[in-house]
Design a protein around this ligand. Structure first.
Ligand SMILES: *Cc1c(COP(=O)(O)O)cnc(C)c1O
Length: 394
């Protein structure tokens, strides 16, 4: 396997931590019961594991266990939050505010609601990727029911000012949802301090399994009402029906628990690795760091490169390092990243971009190797492009 490229795409997904796998295995094997089976020990064991997981998640974000609703991931959690609030509050108002740089799992439900007659404001961002709080405050209207702003961006890693946003929303009595898929287990999240009413989580961006996530739904001050999007047996207090997948839930909790325990030391390590990768690259001409230089995820480095073709660049890197340009979830499209365009980049700079997502398994030696290879690739692409340009001019 040593010939495989170095994995540096941790915003798309992360490898499963061995300790997470260990926590999951008993629930695939002897403890296979249905947590909803209340008449025997198989059910009780599974239910106990689910309750333990609920408590761990609640503790991690300063919530209570009853406020955690398990979902299949952050996409479903975002859909439940946005469409669920829209349906429950439409008699109060039909205006929603979000941001142009959100993940498609927020933008698409909002666009769908527009087609049903809701109005959505897509706030712009500043050149550093942060929203302007004055813009947010100005956008709030008497009929605004929800503000949805992500915690950490999946392309440029930028961390939005959640506490300030929460304060504004609370003052105006508007519900505040945040997509924390990239943030959980990596930065401090406190739904009380930050006045967050709904928060989407997922396991597979924090070394947990794919296919499991959760939505935090505030129960007190204010009590958030939510229309279910999946109807059935009434699981999760009616908000999300379907048999709970105990192994995945145990894995989600273990992943978040480990992320929280190791967050501070790991963050310092990732910053060192990122600087080690960025420093040699930043010596090149015409290279831009995308997003705020410090208000960002420790493992994120997103750069745009002048005078190279974006697809040739990715092709040149691909044998050595597994990275992507823009978000994996939208890579079926060849359009330039909507996030980089929102920063004010030209289409060329948005295309010629690389997102490095550094994670738990990466080392300093890997950073040196990747930096060397990336510099050589950029220089040779620039030389051959300059040569072919000279030929066409002649
Ligand atoms: C990955 C991601 C999602 C989607 O999460 P899934 O669990 O894969 O559905 C949503 N939002 C952000 C910011 C993400 O990074």
């Amino acid at each position: 396997m040593s010939h495989r490229p170095i994995y540096l795409d941790c915003h798309a997904t992360t490898p499963l931590d061995e300790r997470v796998l260990e926590a999951m295995l008993p629930y695939f094997k002897e403890h296979f019961g249905n947590p909803a089976s209340s008449s025997h020990v198989y059910g009780w064991e599974a239910e106990a594991a689910v309750q333990r997981a609920r408590s761990i998640l609640a503790d991690a974000i300063h919530a209570t266990p009853e406020e955690i609703v398990f979902t299949s991931g952050a996409t479903e959690a975002n859909n439940l939050a946005i469409k669920g609030v829209a349906e429950a509050y439409f008699s109060k108002g039909r205006h929603i505010i979000t941001v142009q740089t959100e993940h498609n799992a927020v933008l698409d439900p909002c666009q769908y609601l527009q087609s049903l007659g809701f109005e959505v404001t897509f706030l712009p961002v500043q050149r550093d990727g942060l929203i302007d709080l004055a813009d947010l405050e100005k956008a709030i209207r008497p009929d605004t029911i929800l503000v949805s702003v992500m915690a950490a961006n999946n392309e440029i890693g930028v961390l939005q000012p959640l506490a300030e946003i929460g304060t504004i929303c609370r003052q105006h009595q508007v519900l505040f949802h945040t997509d924390a898929a990239q943030a959980i287990g990596k930065i401090a999240l406190d739904v009380e301090e930050m006045k967050i009413d709904l928060m989407s989580l997922t396991a597979h961006k924090v070394y947990g399994p794919k296919g499991i996530g959760a939505l935090y739904v505030r129960r007190r001050k204010p009590r958030v009402r939510l229309s279910p999007q999946i109807h059935g047996g009434g699981h999760e207090r009616g908000m999300r029906s379907g048999t709970l997948c105990t192994p995945q839930i145990a894995g989600l909790a273990k992943a978040v628990e480990l992320g929280m325990e190791e967050r501070e030391t790991e963050s310092r390590r990732l910053i060192q690795l990122r600087d080690r990768l960025w420093q040699p690259l930043s010596q090149l001409e015409g290279i831009h760091l995308n997003g705020h230089p410090t208000q960002r995820l420790s493992g994120n480095l997103n750069i745009s490169i002048e005078d190279v073709d974006g697809s040739a660049l990715l092709l040149g890197l691909q044998s050595v390092v597994a990275v992507s340009s823009g978000a994996a979830c939208s890579s079926v499209k060849t359009a330039p990243s909507h996030v980089l365009l929102a920063l004010g980049h030209s289409e060329q700079l948005a295309y010629a971009s690389v997102r490095f997502g550094i994670g738990r398994c990466n080392t300093a030696e890997e950073m040196d190797c990747i930096a060397q290879h990336a510099i050589a690739t950029i220089q040779s692409l620039r030389q051959s492009q300059a040569a072919s340009f000279r030929k066409t001019v002649k």
